[in-house]
Design a protein around this ligand. Structure first.
Ligand SMILES: *[C@@H]1O[C@H](CO)[C@@H](O)[C@H](O)[C@H]1NC(C)=O
Ligand SMILES: *[C@@H]1O[C@H](CO)[C@@H](O)[C@H](O)[C@H]1NC(C)=O
Ligand SMILES: *[C@@H]1O[C@H](CO)[C@@H](O)[C@H](O)[C@H]1NC(C)=O
Ligand SMILES: *[C@@H]1O[C@H](CO)[C@@H](O)[C@H](O)[C@H]1NC(C)=O
Ligand SMILES: *[C@@H]1O[C@H](CO)[C@@H](O)[C@H](O)[C@H]1NC(C)=O
Ligand SMILES: *[C@@H]1O[C@H](CO)[C@@H](O)[C@H](O)[C@H]1NC(C)=O
Ligand SMILES: *[C@@H]1O[C@H](CO)[C@@H](O)[C@H](O)[C@H]1NC(C)=O
Ligand SMILES: *[C@@H]1O[C@H](CO)[C@@H](O)[C@H](O)[C@H]1NC(C)=O
Ligand SMILES: [Zn+2]
Length: 719
């Protein structure tokens, strides 16, 4: 297979819900070149494992994972659609030795009733758009009778017939180009390319410019090397994107809240109080379309309005060969959108599995993955992670059979309704918040465990070291020539760079309440088979043939997650590297300084309170690390308990009561999704947001508050 042998490189694929911000990571790699905080480590090979680690690692069986994957990818399991899949998950966790139950939440969302889109050309001819993918004989679940048409969760209803305008990626700067050129936007339909920024932000920008509806299309621009133009056959015959594939997804205003938009900041109950959802979701309708249907719609604009050359915006000109990417409108070229959504409050089901620890006072580790998928398949998103959690439960079950119990409680979460907006995880966290604030040690998230071979890790500084150490104990399939261990693949992919968390998956509610969290998984680079994100071809058939033949990458990811979880739950000392948390804060601080120097050259904002707070944090981190060594060496049970309680608690300091400006449930002062572009995570977001809103007084106040948050964390660490 030729694509497996090409040189490595990652495509600038877009971020958010279930997708990682690889473009943002690459910017960080470039920026930190020369002062990267993680140099390549020497890796012992073959790795040496303790007896318990061996039991866990050897328990993983790629054939079993294959069969769990097969189960999860052969039935409708959109959020709230599949109770029996929740039961199946519960039964398998129970069989493995976890005590599992189903927890129900009633959430508000919009469900599709009907949707249709049609192009009317000036010459009177018509093109009907297909809002569902082609059925393929080679991919059985694409012809299931209850397969789900393409739509946007949380989109508004509307019947709109209007001329339309191509708006590039749909960023504020793209809209500015059109306004500067005098293109009338009011009442027209926006046609935007997917990618670059989060889809909901494109819809919001269209709405803010007075437009009546929004159509989002997939363009081969984001497919790296693997395109038909480069000679690759489309799926199912080859690794390129199938032209009929459509990217579904939520268009909620994701940088403002997580979870149920009718209960922002508190748990959803069937008959409980609900707030107005209007501020949180678009008021105009939007639909996604395929490459195949985008071409004629773009072609009808050729030669009208602003040309791609005149627009002079990066990524404005996509990769279709026979389209000029003119803005239009073309007089008489119109779209008819008929889009009807049903506002509903309906149940969704989380599965929660528990093994109580022998030291309940030392708290709980939560490991989670969402179960709901946009399509019948969902082989990558999210059920590569779901299949792994079954195997992880069975691996721990092997130890439980021998009478083992972890020192600290382990909770597994199988979340429902992540795709609509992280509802299952957020409502569970909100239901148990006071208990979690006291007891949670960390949250480990695995969403898209495998959509390709390139390893991803993001999240809290104190967890990074144990996560990296465990990579070195996992053997990686040698198909890609990166080296024998998962560590080699990860280092090859990231050069040791680790991004902070935004809100792209179920870690958000944990992280923004000050609970340490990481997100792990693996994706394709620009020379790997194209993964059909949120489309029907994210299926078992694709995974088996292109994504991970033999389920070897699944096995490696599962072994890695299991080893991390085992050490956090069972080591005498929680395996935190708190000095690394300080280093990470310092890198974020330098990034903040650089961003402000570039973006606001005339600004004099004194950031030294943050720098001083990090220095105080570093001192506390060094001191507790020495105390921890001492406690371990002397086996002093009281001191061990003191250190563990500080390790568990210090990250709560990063959560600011009342939240970040304009978004009260995003509380972590260290990182949050970018407000305007939804593009991965911003560091010290409240400072940046205040400045971009022109509020320099508020920015100054947030420098103080961010510093105070770091000092709170340092104070908790103090012995
Ligand atoms: C739920 O998912 C399972 C497994 O994929 C499938 O067999 C079953 O038919 C689904 N149930 C419904 C109601 O679609
Ligand atoms: C499982 O947990 C439930 C609720 O915490 C409890 O009532 C039940 O006794 C537990 N079952 C076992 C086998 O421990
Ligand atoms: C775990 O412990 C809690 C109390 O700390 C108890 O309520 C629960 O039933 C226990 N669950 C299991 C599975 O033993
Ligand atoms: C849109 O038009 C269809 C008929 O074409 C109608 O059934 C539907 O109620 C209309 N929806 C709205 C929101 O006006
Ligand atoms: C296009 O924009 C770049 C800056 O992004 C500028 O340097 C260049 O001169 C512009 N070209 C034209 C033709 O306006
Ligand atoms: C335009 O190009 C696409 C491939 O990019 C091709 O499938 C399509 O047939 C072409 N259409 C026309 C009208 O040339
Ligand atoms: C809309 O949702 C309500 C409440 O869940 C439900 O009773 C009704 O049947 C739905 N209507 C349609 C047309 O799906
Ligand atoms: C990654 O692996 C490829 C293939 O072995 C190699 O050419 C490349 O230099 C490696 N990159 C890094 C950053 O290690
Ligand atoms: Zn997902």
């Amino acid at each position: 297979m030729r694509y497996a042998l090409l040189a490595l490189g990652l495509a600038a694929r877009n971020s958010f819900a279930c997708q990682r911000d690889w473009a943002g990571l690459h910017k960080r790699i470039h920026k930190h070149q020369g002062r990267s905080h993680t140099k390549r480590h020497f890796v012992e090979f073959p790795p040496s494992l303790t007896e318990t680690e061996s039991i866990l690692v050897n328990s993983f069986d790629s054939k079993s994972i294959d069969s769990w994957s097969y189960y999860y990818t052969h039935g409708d399991h959109l959020g709230g659609h599949n109770y029996s899949m929740a039961e199946w998950t519960m039964d398998h966790w129970n069989d493995a030795g976890f005590n599992a139950t189903i927890q129900e939440f009633w959430i508000w969302y919009t469900a599709l009733i009907e949707t249709a889109l049609k192009l009317n050309r000036p010459d009177g001819s018509i093109h009907e758009v297909s809002l569902i993918e082609d059925m393929l004989a080679e991919d059985p679940t694409t012809s299931y009778p209850n397969r789900i048409p393409a739509y946007h969760a949380m989109s508004a209803s509307g019947n709109v017939s209007a001329e339309y305008v191509y708006v590039g990626r749909g960023t504020q700067a793209d809209f500015q180009v059109l306004k500067d050129a005098g293109i009338e936007l009011e009442g027209k339909i926006a046609l935007s390319m997917y990618g670059g920024i989060y889809r909901g932000t494109k819809v919001k920008n269209a709405q803010d410019n007075g437009m009546a509806a929004c159509v989002l299309f997939t363009d081969p621009l984001d497919d790296g090397e693997i395109t038909e133009v480069n000679g690759y056959l489309p799926y199912p015959d080859g690794p390129a994107r199938n032209p009929s594939m459509i990217q579904r997804g939520s268009v909620r205003f994701a940088s403002l809240y997580s979870g149920d938009p009718s209960t922002v900041g508190y748990a959803s109950e069937k008959e409980g109080p609900r707030n107005d959802v209007a501020p949180y979701n678009p008021s105009i309708p939007s639909v996604p379309i395929s490459m195949k249907d985008a071409v004629p719609i773009l072609q009808a604009l050729d030669g009208s309005g602003v040309s791609a050359e005149a627009a002079n915006r990066s990524d404005w000109h996509g990769a279709f060969q026979n389209v000029s990417y003119s803005s239009g409108p073309t007089p008489g070229a119109t779209l008819d959108m008929n889009h009807l959504m049903n506002e509903t409050i309906a149940p969704v089901w989380d599965v929660i599995g528990v093994i109580n620890g022998t030291h309940p006072e030392e708290g709980v580790l939560v490991v989670g993955n969402h179960r709901d998928a946009w399509v019948i398949g969902g082989a990558a998103d999210p059920n590569s992670g779901s299949a792994i959690l079954i195997e992880l439960a069975r691996a721990f079950g092997k130890l439980v059979e021998k009478g083992w119990k972890p020192r600290r409680t382990i909770i597994l979460g199988s979340w429902d309704a992540e795709e609509f907006g992280l509802q299952g995880s957020t409502e569970w966290v909100e239901t148990h918040l006071p208990w979690l604030i006291t007891n949670a040690i960390a949250y480990l998230n695995i969403d898209v465990a495998v959509s390709g071979p390139r390893t991803a890790l993001s999240g809290s500084g104190e967890i990074q070291t144990i996560a990296i150490e465990m990579m070195k104990k996992v053997i990686f399939p040698d198909t890609w020539g990166t080296g024998p261990t998962l560590y080699d693949m990860w280092y090859n992919t990231t050069e040791g760079e680790i991004a902070p968390l935004g809100s792209g998956s179920d870690y958000a509610a944990f992280y923004h309440n000050g609970i340490s969290a990481i997100d792990i998984g693996s994706d394709g680079g620009k020379t790997d088979p194209v993964y059909h994100y949120h489309g029907h071809y994210d299926s078992y058939a694709w995974m088996e043939k292109f994504g991970d033949p033999g389920f070897q990458v699944h096995t490696a990811m599962g072994q890695w997650l299991t080893l991390i979880a085992y050490h956090i739950a069972d080591d005498v000392l929680i395996p935190w590297d708190v000095p690394n948390a300080g280093k990470v804060l310092r890198v974020h601080y330098e990034d903040l300084s650089d961003t402000l120097a570039e973006g606001y050259p005339d600004l004099t904002l004194d950031l030294s309170p943050i720098s001083d707070a990090i220095t105080a944090f570093d001192e506390a981190a060094e001191r507790i690390t020495s105390t921890a060594s001492l406690a371990l060496a002397s086996n002093d049970a009281v001191l061990i308990e003191v250190v563990n309680s500080k390790y568990r608690g210090f990250s709560r300091g990063f959560a600011s009561v009342g939240g970040l400006p304009g978004r009260p449930t995003f509380k972590n002062v260290v990182s949050a999704p970018g407000l305007d572009n939804g593009y991965g995570a911003d560091v010290f977001p409240a400072v940046q947001d205040s400045l971009s809103a022109g509020e320099s007084e508020e920015a100054l106040a947030w420098v103080e508050k961010s510093a105070a948050a770091i000092l709170r964390a340092a104070e908790i660490l103090k012995i």
